[in-house]
Write a protein that binds this ligand. Structure first.
Ligand SMILES: NC(=O)C1=CN([C@@H]2O[C@H](COP(=O)(O)OP(=O)(O)OC[C@H]3O[C@@H](n4cnc5c(N)ncnc54)[C@H](O)[C@@H]3O)[C@@H](O)[C@H]2O)C=CC1
Ligand SMILES: O=C([O-])CC(=O)C(=O)O
Length: 328
């Protein structure tokens, strides 16, 4: 017997990431090849955006995806999030050349307050929320705080692109297959301050840290490359990362929904106080996922270099949070 369709809301559905993600969701790459989906697509109430969204929906229709059980366009978040099981909050103002995330904070705070309230009002009580729109961690924090009747652990931010970028840089450096890399994580904010940590990582049971054995490369090449990758893509493409961001969002939601089979993945989640990160800070942690839930990997040793990096990205997040406190 075929499964009952689940509802997947995607905001910013006519944008770049929307165009890269919707077809993959409808093809079953996010929730499984046996899971029908109903897409609930939100765009701003603007004629051009709504028309562009209609065009994307025409293309989705033309794919004749067997798993696409329905789709609808919306301009109102309360309607778009009605009974939704998954919500991918992508729509936001993207960063242009020379802009930093802090510049976007105020504009996006408004969007995520309204969307948090809308989720609170109309989404499934088990909704899994992934915030992609930048500044992703703080936007996820705002949405969580604006949805007091939903469990706080239902709100997450996307650090998976940083995780995937880090894995690929390590694969290129060491020659190991990217798919063999395990126990990698990215701590903190989705911003250049993030701390990609390969101290525990292995490939084929061998230590990545031992293979690299070069702290100078870690501090002065690897971390800046991963941290500034978003800016490097903008510089090269004239547009921010879209296909790789969509891919990371698929990875994040798939692992959360279907489990990571014991493997570590990185998710931005509201802290429970682990590793000294104050409660509710939306922070990248190593997690293992199963049965639709995530668990922080506990008991990892934090050395002096790592602590300094974690403190730096935490401080940035606390500043971002302080910057929006008056709106919550
Ligand atoms: N967390 C991460 O790793 C990454 C995050 N991003 C962020 O994702 C966001 C989206 O990126 P793109 O798709 O490239 O941008 P885009 O500009 O191509 O598309 C954004 C879409 O969102 C819509 N939108 C804006 N406000 C909205 C609202 N309140 N409700 C519904 N829709 C709304 C816009 O009309 C537009 O169609 C940006 O904030 C970008 O910085 C991008 C890459 C990676
Ligand atoms: O840098 C940006 O604006 C887009 C982004 O988040 C990324 O590519 O990591």
């Amino acid at each position: 017997m075929s499964k009952k369709p689940v509802r997947v809301a995607v905001t910013g559905a006519a944008g770049q990431i929307g165009y890269a993600i919707l077809f993959r969701i409808a093809a079953g790459e996010m929730l499984g090849k046996d899971q029908p989906v109903i897409l609930q697509l939100l765009e701003i109430p603007d004629e051009k955006a709504q028309k562009a969204l209609k065009g994307v929906m025409m293309e989705l229709q033309d794919c004749a995806f067997p798993l696409l059980a329905g789709m609808e366009a919306y301009a109102d978040p309360v309607a778009a999030f009605k009974d939704t099981d998954y919500a991918l909050l992508v729509g936001a103002r993207p960063r242009g050349p020379g802009m930093e995330r802090a510049d976007l904070l105020a504009a996006n705070a408004q969007i995520f307050t309204a969307q948090g309230k809308a989720l609170d009002k109309s989404a499934s009580r088990n909704v899994k929320v992934l915030v992609v729109g930048n500044p992703a961690n703080t936007n996820a924090y705002i949405a969580m705080k604006s949805a007091p009747s939903l469990p706080r652990e239902n709100f997450t931010a996307m650090l998976r692109l940083d995780h995937n970028r880090a894995a690929s840089q390590i694969a290129a450096k060491t020659g190991v297959a990217v798919g063999d890399i395990e126990k990698l994580t990215v701590w903190g904010n989705h911003s250049p301050s993030m701390y990609a940590d390969y101290r525990f990582a292995t490939a084929g049971g061998k230590s990545i840290k031992d293979m690299i054995n070069d702290q100078e490369w870690n501090a002065n090449t690897f971390l800046p490359t991963v941290g500034k990758r978003g800016a490097a893509i903008i510089e090269a493409r004239g547009l921010s990362s879209a296909a790789s961001a969509a891919n990371a969002a698929i990875d994040h939601m798939r692992d959360w929904a279907l489990g990571s089979n014991g493997k570590w993945v990185t998710m931005g989640i509201p802290s429970n106080g682990d590793y000294g990160i104050p409660k509710d800070i939306m922070f990248g942690f190593p997690v293992v996922t199963s049965n639709g839930k995530y668990e922080v990997v506990k008991g990892l040793d934090i050395d002096a270099f790592s602590q300094e990096r974690i403190n730096k990205t935490l401080k940035e997040l606390q500043e971002e949070q302080a910057g929006v406190a008056h709106l919550l």
